[in-house]
Design a protein around this ligand. Structure first.
Ligand code: FPP
Length: 234
């Protein structure tokens, strides 16, 4: 692919696993299993094309309200994927980061996440961020509380929008340039609310388990055609 206008940070709301499985007369979790293959394919394409940050909305705070067996399967799948991918991430120089509300994640999963984050901490080709038990409103709330606890009332009052960034869980990570949502849904669903202020959105009708390298590259091509003005006149 032509190496022009590659977004630094690509984020994906992976949607449509359940519908993909249902269309095949299978259980919803089958769609999640196949979705892991799409995670692998898009990660590979992102590394190959020179994207520096790829972030994935894997599990929202709202997803805890799904049937208990689906939540349990998703968590197990997350755990297995983490274990299985260690060597691939190391071989490809990928740093792995998980962001979200850790309070609701099991101890075993947190331990596996921490181990993989530590192991890959010095990899610098690309950063793969998995948002797990995350929501945009939760992030803004926790940032506000952190800032209020850390700053004097005067400092808090004087805080500017750019000063607030460092209290969000995404501190140090550039805001997404491109946000892709699959499966034909066209909404933000409490994802990176603060961070997506100037993000370009690309919506694809393709269900996540079918979203592979060609579809990822098509979204990158669509981004390359966009004219970003950040509210200014060019
Ligand atoms: C959305 O489809 C998908 C999810 C909520 C889970 C995404 C998780 C994975 C692809 C697996 C593991 C991820 C990693 C990072 C290893 P949906 O169930 O909402 O589909 P529907 O809208 O058709 O019901």
């Amino acid at each position: 692919m032509e190496n022009k206008n590659i977004p630094v940070h690509v984020s994906i709301i992976m949607d449509g696993n359940g519908r993909w499985a249902k269309a095949r007369g299978k259980d919803r979790v089958y769609g999640h299993f196949e979705g892991v293959e799409s995670v692998r394919a898009c990660t590979e394409a992102a590394v190959e094309d020179g994207v520096k940050y790829l972030s994935l909305y894997a599990f929202s705070e709202e997803n805890w309200n799904r049937p208990a067996d689906e939540v349990a399967t998703l968590m197990k799948l997350m755990m297995k994927s983490i274990r299985d991918e260690v060597s691939t991430l190391m071989d490809n120089g990928v740093r792995f980061v998980v962001l979200g509300n850790r309070e609701r994640l099991g101890e075993e999963l947190c331990k596996a996440i921490d181990e993989l984050m530590e192991m890959t901490a010095h990899n610098s080709r690309m950063t793969l961020i998995v948002f797990l038990s995350y929501s945009g409103k939760w992030d803004i709330m926790q940032a506000m509380k952190k800032a209020a606890a850390e700053l004097s009332p005067e400092e808090f009052q004087a805080m500017k929008a750019e000063d607030f960034d460092r209290y969000l869980v995404t501190a140090g990570i550039p805001d997404p340039d491109l946000l892709i949502r699959t499966s034909g849904e066209e909404r933000i669903s409490n994802y990176l609310l603060w961070q997506s202020a100037y993000t370009e959105f690309v919506f694809s009708d393709v269900l996540w388990p079918d979203f592979r390298k060609p579809q990822f590259r098509e979204a990158l091509a669509e981004y390359a055609r966009r004219d970003r003005r950040y509210g200014k006149v060019k």
